[in-house]
Every structure is written in structure tokens, then in C-alpha cells.
Write a new protein. Structure first.
Length: 145
């Protein structure tokens, strides 16, 4: 009996760019953007009882409008959330050796730097108002209860 299994190819990563994005254009004018994302995993090493970091470097490719937005919004160190699919490929290196690659083809990218900046500004705004004794901008004397 041959059972058909459901298949899914979905990748979600969040991390920081390891370098500025590289944007180029195909002969037909489509934008393509390449960058790598460093994704950290923190774990407790049971042998040494110390916290350690394990970093994975994930190559990402974005096409079309997403690539154009990456060119404008991203730079080395930018935090991003990438959703896409995993693809594999092969190429022959300069030394003549065949190599295999894995990369994420992005279908959605969230630029987290602006969200982090807005969150920080909101926190600073809240901190400023709390220091003056007011959360809502109304002084205690003006509070109706």
C-alpha cells in the first residue's frame, strides 16, 4: 500500500544580517537580494554548567518588490523576521569540486528595526510621563476621582 504523505516546506527565522544586502537585477529587470541571517540559540552546557551560544548562518534570497524593500530598509546588523521555503542547489567551485547549498527563498520579511525603535520610543514616552507623576498626561490634581 502506497500512502501519500502530506509535504510542507516552510521556514521561519529571526536574527540579524551578517552583512549589507547584495541587490542585483536579472536580465529581465527583476530585483534579487542576497543576505545572510545569524540566528542564535542559547543553551546550558550540562558538562560545564555554563550558558553557551550556538550560531547558525542562514543564506536568504528575496525577489521582486521584497528585494527592493530589503535594499532600502536593511543593513548589516538589522534584525529581521524571515518566512519562506528552503531550497537546495549545486554548483562547481573554482577548485572544480561540486558543492551543495541550502538557502531560504523569502516570501515575507519583517523589518524589526523600525518596530524595535517604535517600541523603545513608546517606552521612553511612558517613562517620561511616569517621571512627571502622570501616565495619561493628566496631573493628579486634574484626575476626576
Amino acid at each position: 500500500m502506497n500512502i501519500k504523505l502530506p509535504e510542507q516546506n516552510s521556514v521561519i527565522i529571526t536574527g540579524r544580517l551578517t552583512r549589507d544586502p547584495n541587490v542585483s537585477y536579472t536580465q529581465k529587470g527583476s530585483a534579487v537580494c542576497l543576505f545572510d541571517v545569524a540566528v542564535n540559540r542559547r543553551y546550558l552546557d550540562k558538562a560545564s554548567n555554563e550558558w553557551k551560544d550556538d550560531t547558525t548562518f542562514v543564506p536568504v534570497v528575496a525577489w521582486g518588490q521584497i528585494a527592493e524593500r530589503c535594499k532600502d530598509k536593511l543593513k548589516k546588523g538589522s534584525p529581521v523576521h524571515v518566512e519562506g521555503r528552503l531550497t537546495s542547489g549545486e554548483y562547481t567551485g573554482k577548485d572544480g569540486v561540486n558543492r551543495k547549498t541550502l538557502k531560504v527563498v523569502a516570501n515575507r520579511i519583517q523589518f524589526l528595526a523600525s518596530a524595535a525603535k517604535e517600541s523603545k520610543e513608546a517606552e521612553e514616552s511612558l517613562e517620561d510621563s511616569q517621571e512627571s507623576g502622570s501616565v495619561s498626561g493628566i496631573s493628579e490634581e486634574e484626575t476626576p476621582f
